[in-house]
Design a protein around this ligand. Structure first.
Ligand SMILES: [Zn+2]
Length: 442
């Protein structure tokens, strides 16, 4: 006995009493076969209905070898309703309604895309997270997207009727089909939208397009050699509209402008921000040059004339030779520390700056002959986590010929690292005569 497909014949029936024909297990899942089913089985891109049968949750519905299998949330075959018993079935109607709506919108979208740009629909996805179609077209621009969206909405507003023709292959040939019907089915279901779109389909559909209410084409993106169109219809589109309206209202309140002026306001603010960032970058450059001059002047003074720090600037001269200069910077962020090291390196010395708040040493050489990475990497713990004899425990970093960076676990270790790095680089300076100046090498 074959299950009567009520989801096709009487799709409005969400609650019925049915007779259990059989039950069995497949792939460790238990299922029931009924004499009639209101549950749509997965097919044609539309997921299966869910709901309850005799109080058991329906997890999935599939047609396997012509049999309608209702997989239920039950692990013990003895708990399943016996063959011959009558069970109450209820379909999750909100889920069905949503699927029916998105699926019907897909028909309308595919028909519209074919009519407007001649692109056939190659696949359809209907998920809880998103709905999309892949169309045979390498790209769809913004103007075309807006036109497609407007045309679909116009068709919704017109309330075109949908009809289903159950017929043979020979009868189906009289319709101008949008795509070929499956060859392995004797009885076809041809879904018509008011005389202008005919397509073979086994899904569930709205009675007329006005039931779709609202449509939004979210975006078009390249997918392989095709274009993927993401869309929303019905309650999903209405919920999306409410979300956007809320976002617009909140944004306008935050920006202190009218909703209609949000885009203009944001554009103006972005331009102001770019100008401010350019100004800040120029000022940082000037400040780094100023700091460099101070530090180099400080390094040139005899040790007894100064305590080797710039008054209240947070900059301490830790190490200085003709070839290498080491600074501790208490009030500089990483970008400022890097800029300072780069500026000092521009004066012909390898510059190492310990930025204290982030406990990181940045080193910049005047040129790549210094091989900073090769010289300083031995100070870092070995990659296997075991510290070598000269390694600073907990240090992480690396670098190339002209730049190096190391993050240290604490200030004390960082200062020791800075001094040792300065010493190693002074020794490694082949053409530079290490002439002590100021505090000098420790
Ligand atoms: Zn359909």
């Amino acid at each position: 006995m074959k299950t009567i497909a009520l989801y096709h014949d009487q799709p409005e029936r969400m609650e019925i009493d049915a007779l259990v024909l059989s039950s069995a297990a497949a792939d460790k899942r238990l299922y029931l076969v009924l004499d009639a089913s209101p549950f749509y089985p997965e097919g044609g891109g539309q997921p299966s209905d869910l709901g309850r049968i005799a109080g058991l949750a329906v997890l999935d519905v599939q047609i396997v070898e012509g049999e309608h299998r209702h997989y239920v949330d039950c692990r013990d075959p003895a708990q399943l309703p016996a063959a011959g018993s009558t069970v109450h079935c209820s379909v999750d109607s909100a889920r069905r309604q949503d699927h029916t709506c998105q699926h019907s919108a897909q028909h309308l979208l595919s028909a519209t895309v074919l009519r407007l740009i001649g692109a056939a629909t190659k696949s359809f996805h209907l998920g809880e997270d998103y709905c999309s179609i892949d169309i045979d077209c390498p790209q769809v621009d913004g103007q075309t997207s807006r036109l497609i969206e407007a045309e679909v909405q116009a068709a919704i507003d017109n309330g075109y009727a949908l009809h289903t023709h159950v017929c043979s292959h020979a009868e189906a040939e009289q319709f101008d089909l949008r795509r070929l019907p499956p060859a392995d089915e004797d009885q076809l279901r041809i879904v018509e939208i008011d005389g202008f779109d005919f397509t073979p389909c086994c899904g569930t559909h709205v009675g007329d397009t006005s039931q779709l209410r609202l449509f939004r084409l979210l975006r078009a993106e390249k997918y392989k050699s095709m274009t993927r169109l993401y869309f929303l219809a019905g309650e999903r589109a209405v919920a999306d509209y409410r979300k956007l309206a809320e976002l617009s209202s909140v944004s306008a309140a935050l920006l202190g402008c009218a909703e209609a002026d949000i885009a203009l306001f944001v554009q103006q603010q972005a331009e102001k921000l770019q100008a401010a960032e350019r100004q800040l970058a120029a000022q940082r450059l000037a400040l780094a040059a100023c700091r460099s001059e101070y530090l180099l002047a400080l390094a040139a003074k005899p040790a007894e004339q100064t305590d080797k720090s710039i008054e209240s600037s947070g900059l301490d001269l830790i190490y200085s030779t003709d070839a290498v200069i080491g600074i501790r910077a208490a009030a500089l962020d990483m970008a400022e520390a890097q800029l300072l090291a780069k500026t000092l390196a521009g004066h012909g010395r390898v510059a190492l700056v310990l930025a204290v708040p982030v406990v990181t040493v940045v080193a910049v050489a005047p040129d790549s002959s210094w091989q900073l990475g090769r010289t300083l990497s031995p100070l870092l713990p070995a990659k296997d986590g075991k510290s070598g004899p000269s390694a600073f425990s907990g240090a992480r970093g690396g670098g190339g010929p002209a730049s190096f960076q190391a993050a240290l676990p604490d200030n004390e270790t960082a200062l020791a690292f800075l001094k040792e790095a300065c010493r190693l680089l002074s020794l490694a300076a082949p053409q530079q005569k290490a002439k002590s100046s100021g505090p000098g090498p420790a």
